[in-house]
Write a protein that binds this ligand. Structure first.
Ligand code: CAO
Length: 424
């Protein structure tokens, strides 16, 4: 048995944010029915194509453990099918542009009329307010949620991050809202609307920068290197490069081989509790007693000098040697791992964090498995569906349509002749 077994998800999601959420629900055992436009499907199927004629990695890596139903929800017969699905399912998840579901005729009021137990969960770019009608993609959310203004170096422009905190991050927020609403429904018997705006999700992940904004109003941020460098602060939380900016100063430092390997770096944290050990390791035992270095407060105005000195030591070691030396001493360090290194990491394969999946059109590929491990709800990653692969199966199993009725739906243009699966 899996955690969400028996929960039916009407999955109207596309691109990245929504599928991140529904894939996770699928991994937890929910039956995820992905509704896609006949002949078109999720736009990402045909974006960033690397194997001609096959669904892209963009699509496959975000849509595991789902079933695909092609349905034209603007066709009268298609609308009838959708109404029946709304009655049958527990959760409707969507990340259409604002108003698209209403234009289809499925307002929240109508959905409640059809199924008062329905949980309707949405990702939108913004919550209610001046930007509520905007279409939003990942980097727009990173910019509008406070991430870009606080990422990058002080003397450079705002930067977006590689971590998809706007899309995948918001998908995770939405999934939590959905399971909380399912839990509440157990007691109330009622569904509810769950909204996860991307701006809110990014801001939630950037909360320490909002903390610093308020601290800045009371004086300079002493944990930022710019303090020790004598660079005045402006009015807003600045970009702090690779400073941790928190209670335990940290920085990315070069390691042996950095001249030719772009990832030959380590993160190094000068945690107060292990300061003496750090001094010994880097060959600066005199810093242990020197009042200019002995306390965290005394060190704050010379962080750049301290990290440059530590870097002289890290540059004599590989990033893994730094880890091997510092780990037993409880000095927190972390190698900068490339995607190539992560993909080959045997321990991540063993835990199912990276899995190899076989696909009839494209062959084997790597993907991320479920990042949440549960002792009583094991995750098996199954390949993403081909467009409309489960149309007949869903119409019959979930809604009880006969073969003749399915044929009539095809005839009426509500669905399409299902693409045949390649031999597996
Ligand atoms: N049958 C018939 N019509 C369908 C359909 C189906 N099965 N599925 C979708 N459609 C229609 C929609 O009803 C909509 O029609 P109208 O515009 O006439 O109402 C149309 O397809 C396009 O939907 P869309 O506006 O959501 O798609 P888009 O490509 O123009 O915009 C995006 C994409 C992502 C910018 C937009 O959906 C959005 O802002 N979503 C919310 C924020 C979000 O999730 N952003 C993250 C994107 S990356 O994860």
């Amino acid at each position: 048995m899996k955690a969400l077994e028996g929960v039916k998800i009407l999955d109207f999601t596309h691109v990245q944010s929504g599928p991140t959420c529904t894939q996770l629900l699928g991994w937890f055992g929910a039956d995820v029915i992905k509704v896609e436009r006949p002949g078109v499907g999720d736009a990402t199927r045909k974006q960033l194509v690397d194997v001609e004629g096959a669904d892209s990695l963009y699509f496959t890596m975000l849509n595991h453990n789902t079933r695909s139903l092609t349905l034209n929800t603007k066709n009268p017969k298609g609308k009838e099918v959708l109404e029946r699905l709304v009655k049958e399912c527990d959760v409707l998840v969507e990340n259409f542009a604002p108003g698209a579901l209403d234009r289809m005729g499925f307002t929240w009021e109508r959905i409640q009329e059809l199924n008062p137990r329905m949980i309707m969960a949405s990702v939108k770019g913004f919550g209610p307010g001046p930007f509520q009608d905007c279409k939003v993609y990942e980097n727009v959310a990173q910019c509008a949620g406070g991430s870009a203004s606080t990422t990058g170096f002080l003397d450079g422009p705002p930067m977006v991050t590689g971590a998809q905190i706007g899309d995948s991050g918001t998908g995770l927020h939405l999934a939590l809202g959905i399971v909380a609403a399912l839990f509440q429904r157990e007691k109330t018997g009622r569904g509810q609307k769950v909204l996860a705006p991307m701006q809110d999700g990014v801001l939630n992940l950037c909360r320490v920068k909002l903390r610093d904004q308020q601290r800045l109003e009371r004086g300079p941020l002493q944990e930022y290197s710019q303090f020790g460098e004598g660079i005045p602060f402006g009015e807003a939380t600045p970009r702090a490069g690779n400073d941790s900016g928190g209670g335990q100063p940290g920085r990315i430092l070069k390691c042996k081989g950095w001249e030719t390997d772009p990832d030959s770096y380590t993160y190094f944290i000068t945690q107060a509790a292990v300061w003496d050990k750090i001094c010994d390791v880097i060959g600066k035992p005199d810093w242990k007693e020197d009042p200019e270095y002995a306390t965290p407060k005394a060190r704050l105005n010379k962080l750049t000098h301290i990290f440059e000195t530590i870097e002289q030591w890290t540059m004599t070691k590989t990033k893994f040697e730094v880890m091997e030396i510092c780990n037993p001493l409880d000095i927190p360090v972390g190698p900068i791992l490339s995607m190539k290194e992560l993909a080959a990491d045997p321990s991540l394969r063993e835990t199912g964090t990276i899995v190899e999946v076989d696909h009839p059109e494209r062959g084997a590929y790597l993907t991320v498995g479920c990042p949440i491990k549960m002792s009583d709800s094991e995750v098996t990653v199954t390949r993403s569906p081909l467009l409309g692969e489960h149309t007949a199966e869903i119409l019959s199993d979930v809604l009880g349509y006969s073969d003749e009725e399915v044929a009539e739906l095809k005839e009426a243009g509500a669905t399409e002749v299902v693409k045949k699966m390649a031999a597996e």
